[in-house]
Design a protein around this ligand. Structure first.
Ligand SMILES: Cc1cc2nc3c(=O)[nH]c(=O)nc-3n(C[C@H](O)[C@H](O)[C@H](O)COP(=O)(O)O)c2cc1C
Ligand code: SF4
Ligand code: SF4
Length: 438
């Protein structure tokens, strides 16, 4: 059976699935349940001395929506959108001290880890909270520079407000790293364009790893009443956010090479695999456990093991980052790839009753011929759209061989597209055809 264990920042995890800092980790009882359910680790709900952020948690509001932006009642599936507002831990961080010590012991005895999370009011409180976490024996701490809510709280400074400012983020990181010996992980905000810049700044300031990412800020409307859901802006996430999170995991892994915990968009083991293949060493599971209960966790861990067994991955490291390594560095590489063109399987095609491919070919390559789909290969750029829009699987792709290209009639990238009056072959035909259609 595949080995799920991972070494992350010098700490051994029995599996890479860690419970995110969220309501699930706001109570000692539920944290114990997470350990018992087999979590690799749990990140405590952000510990704070900001009274209003604790008050916000006691006023939490939630809306679970489906892909049509309608409220979900009952069963939550993979398309859910979680629109919600909550703060930091509802208990003052000093009151957590006895629990942190006891829960840390409970976790370690069962091969799991309790990880700290901090969100301070002042520079000194960031340091004090992290020292408290270290003194209680926790092996790692995450600094929450990603929370979307402080920005909406009058008089509060924290979360994404810090995570959007590389210099401020670096300064808080540096002060905490000077004060504690345990690895410091920075939780990044995706609510900005400078994620990579912030990651670089905190790395240089001493961060051992980053979490990519916390959630976005959103706005959602109930169109029946015209009211904004939850009264206005709130945090928003769901599996729809996964590719956006992976974009940053990919960039940070590729350009900074630092350890990453992946967060924002995990529902099941397939999402976990995607984060790991992009470069994450640990993954964080948040909303899905709030909405489906802790009993869903073993399905994720077991699913990961089964996937690795069935796909021949002996350990996590053999999967980690493989997709990022195979990625193009820039779009220019695409121009140098082998050309492809589509072909029609006239035996299975339902034309003329179906014309979907013709309608969705924006390169004027497909047209309505006499009782069947006609194909101008000189216009086919090999975009593959028709193979995916055909409901009868009757379009398929072929690699354009050198002989075919030499024989003519196949699309090749024009070199003079931008020279006035000189269109490439494909472009020329497109104009002629468009005129003919008109
Ligand atoms: C209700 C709620 C409360 C959260 N509270 C915290 C928190 O206290 N600290 C923190 O760092 N992140 C917090 N998060 C963000 C999660 O830890 C996680 O990064 C985010 O939900 C994305 O992961 P997911 O798609 O698995 O939910 C919270 C998220 C939600 C939905
Ligand atoms: S592959 Fe793209 S360009 Fe070629 S026929 Fe299909 S949709 Fe048109
Ligand atoms: S979409 Fe498929 S079935 Fe429909 S006309 Fe095109 S090839 Fe034929």
């Amino acid at each position: 059976m595949a080995d799920l264990s991972v070494e992350f920042c010098g700490i051994k995890f029995k599996n890479p699935v860690v419970i995110a800092s969220i309501e699930t980790t706001n109570s000692p009882e539920v944290i114990r349940e997470c350990v018992d359910a087999g979590a690799g680790g749990m990140i405590i709900k952000t510990l704070t001395d900001i009274e209003d952020m604790a008050r916000l948690t006691q006023n939490s509001k939630y809306a679970i929506l489906n892909e049509k932006n309608e409220p979900i009642r009952g069963k939550v599936n993979k398309n859910f959108v979680f629109f919600s507002r909550s703060g930091y831990s509802s208990m003052a961080y000093r009151d957590w001290i006895p629990y942190l010590k006891e829960l840390n012991r409970y976790a370690e005895e069962r091969g799991s880890h309790l990880i700290g999370s901090a969100g301070g009011k002042t520079m000194q409180s960031w340091v004090d909270i992290c020292r408290t976490i270290e003194d209680c024996g926790l092996p790692m701490v995450e600094l929450n520079f990603g929370c979307p809510h402080p920005a909406m709280m009058p008089g509060v400074h924290g979360g994404s407000m810090i995570g959007q400012e590389p210099q401020v983020a670096a300064e808080v990181t540096r002060r905490v790293c000077e004060a504690v010996k345990i690895p410091v992980v920075i939780k990044l905000t995706p609510d900005q364009s400078r994620v990579l810049e912030v990651a670089r700044a905190v790395k240089e300031a001493g961060a051992a790893a980053v979490t990519a990412t916390n959630r976005y800020t959103g706005f959602s409307v109930d169109i029946e009443t015209g009211e904004p859901r939850l009264g206005g802006p709130a945090g928003i996430g769901g599996v729809w956010a996964k590719p956006l999170s992976l974009r940053w995991v990919h960039r940070i892994h590729t350009e900074l090479g630092m350890p990453i915990t992946g967060s924002n968009g995990i529902y099941d083991h397939r999402d976990v695999v995607e984060f790991i293949m992009t470069g994450a060493g640990l993954v964080q599971v948040g909303s899905v456990l709030m909405l489906k209960g802790i009993k869903f966790l073993p399905k994720i861990v077991d699913g990961l093991a089964e996937f690795m067994d069935s796909h021949g991955y002996a350990n996590i490291e053999s999967m980690r980052g493989i997709a990022s390594r195979r990625s193009v560095k820039d779009y220019g590489e695409q121009f140098r790839k082998a050309r492809m063109h589509s072909e029609v399987n006239h035996d299975t095609c339902k034309n003329p009753s179906c014309t979907i491919c013709i309608q969705t070919c924006f390169y004027d390559s497909l047209f309505q011929g006499e009782g069947q789909v006609g194909h101008l290969l000189g216009n086919c750029i090999g975009c593959e759209l028709c193979t995916q829009t055909c409901p009868f699987d009757s379009m398929f792709m072929h690699r354009t061989s050198e002989e075919q290209r030499a024989s003519g009639g196949f699309f090749s990238i024009g070199e003079q597209v931008f020279e006035t009056g000189k269109f490439s072959k494909g472009f020329d035909r497109k104009l002629t055809l468009s005129k003919a259609k008109a």
